[in-house]
Design a protein around this ligand. Structure first.
Ligand code: ADP
Ligand code: MG
Length: 410
């Protein structure tokens, strides 16, 4: 395996010894690192028989690994095997076990994380957000119908390929609930934690939480996609937690000025402190945010394009009444939308530019984009808001290997 000229010796660092994992190495050749977790490294790998590429998540299950144990990884595998048939969930292809590591081989998703895409573009348009959120709600509905809670939905765990087609990944915290079962374990990533998860570790005798936590995380994701910054952040962690528990967020920033009321309304139905009143995935999918005909046509086209091969010139030439009709509707809707957009758009004057250039959307995007490229995640936008919050990952599991021992991070 050290013979590949495209790989340097450092690229092989922290790879398990060949003698430890003969079965994996017999079938696959590991390549460069794609991503890292606390106890796992994800690498590209190539199947030796047909040179097809995959991604392998190599999980350390030795005693030194304080975040993972064999049982919890095998639970992740069981859930992945149940859900892998969904086109928007990462496909698990192979599993190998040895004494120190477990290797999970997945389909390779080349588009990277939704998080990286967001970092690059700063914020998504409402249309792109719709496209991503519809797929995400459909995945969540699929999981919840199976009584599975993901518990770590965030842009880092959503991979993208083609034209923003999503693949939900990282089922490390996922659990399948028994009827009416409530959970108590504090796990997830701070900015995405639902209030009831926090209350579990703060209020003695609190009953627990259920599937609704995923819908809260969807609300945080949707807000973040549209605004380019998270709804809850404070440099003092106690304040961050308080804001989450009180559902204390707002749409006040200049980035919200151009965003429709419908989008805000859907977010407002997701970021509801009482889980009983929070939208379910099914309710979210029925929200007017997804109702536009123009969007439906656009989304269908986009999905079809990214999933099916291109048409040959002779196929392209054929008259297709259905798609012509759809295109006509799309054109009318697009014109109307454009008109509405123009009416809403801020008039650019020297005065606005001199007094508050950041309020002008185009300028804001350029400023954010440049600053982001230079300073990475340390770009401050306001007194106490910081895009770094997007990057603040929380260790995989608060409770150590023993799920009953709750070592909180607060
Ligand atoms: P962890 O549980 O350690 O967070 P993840 O399963 O989230 O591990 O994987 C870590 C990172 O590795 C992901 O955020 C992503 O960047 C990359 N990754 C994971 N699976 C794949 C895949 N199938 N294809 C491409 N990249 C992947
Ligand atoms: Mg992850």
């Amino acid at each position: 395996m050290f013979e590949d000229p495209t790989m340097t010796r450092e690229m092989y660092d922290d790879l398990p010894e060949e003698s430890d994992a003969k079965e994996f190495y017999a079938k696959y050749e590991p390549k460069e690192v794609l991503g890292r977790g606390l106890s796992s490294v994800v690498r590209r790998c190539v199947r030796k028989t047909d040179l097809q590429e995959f991604a392998v998540k190599i999980i350390d299950v030795t005693e030194q690994s304080w975040t993972e144990d064999r049982d919890s990884v095998m639970k992740e595998v069981t859930i992945l095997q149940m859900v892998s048939r969904n086109a928007n969930i990462i496909q698990l292809v192979d599993v190998f076990e040895c004494t120190t590591f477990i290797f999970l081989v997945f389909e390779l998703i080349k588009g990277g994380e939704l998080f990286d895409y967001l970092t690059e573009v700063v914020e998504l348009s409402e249309r792109e957000t719709r496209f991503v959120m519809r797929q995400l709600f459909e995945v969540v509905k699929f999981l919840h119908d199976l009584n599975i809670v993901h518990r770590d939905l965030k842009p880092e765990n959503i991979l993208i390929q083609g034209k923003l087609e999503i693949k939900v990944s990282d089922f490390g915290f996922a659990v399948r609930l028994k009827e009416e079962q409530l959970l108590k374990e504090l796990c997830g990533t701070p900015g995405y934690l639902a209030p009831e998860v926090l209350k579990c570790s703060m209020i003695d005798g609190f009953a627990g939480y259920g599937k609704e936590v995923d819908m809260w995380a969807c609300g945080v994701i949707m807000y973040t996609l549209l605004a380019g910054q998270p709804p809850f952040w404070h440099r003092k962690q106690m304040m961050l937690l308080r804001n989450i528990m009180e559902g204390n967020y707002n749409f006040d920033g200049p980035e919200w000025e151009d965003i429709s009321h419908t989008s805000k309304d859907l977010i407002a139905h997701l970021l509801i402190v009482d889980p009983k009143n929070r939208f379910t995935a099914e309710q979210a999918l029925q929200h007017p945010f997804f109702e536009s005909i123009e969007y439906a046509v656009w989304a269908e086209k986009r999905l079809r394009k990214s999933r099916s091969p291109r048409k040959t010139p002779s196929e392209k030439g054929k008259f297709d009444a259905k798609s012509k009709f759809k295109a006509a509707i799309a054109a009318v809707c697009a014109t109307q939308r454009l008109q509405a957009g123009l009416n809403r758009q801020q008039v650019l004057t020297f005065k606005t530019m001199a007094e508050d250039p950041y309020r002008v959307r185009g300028i804001r995007r350029v400023i954010d984009g440049c600053a982001f490229r230079i300073y990475g995640h340390w770009v401050k936008k306001g007194e106490d808001q910081n895009r770094a919050a997007l990057f603040e990952n929380f260790p995989k599991r608060d409770a150590t290997k023993n799920a009953n021992v709750s070592k909180t991070w607060v």
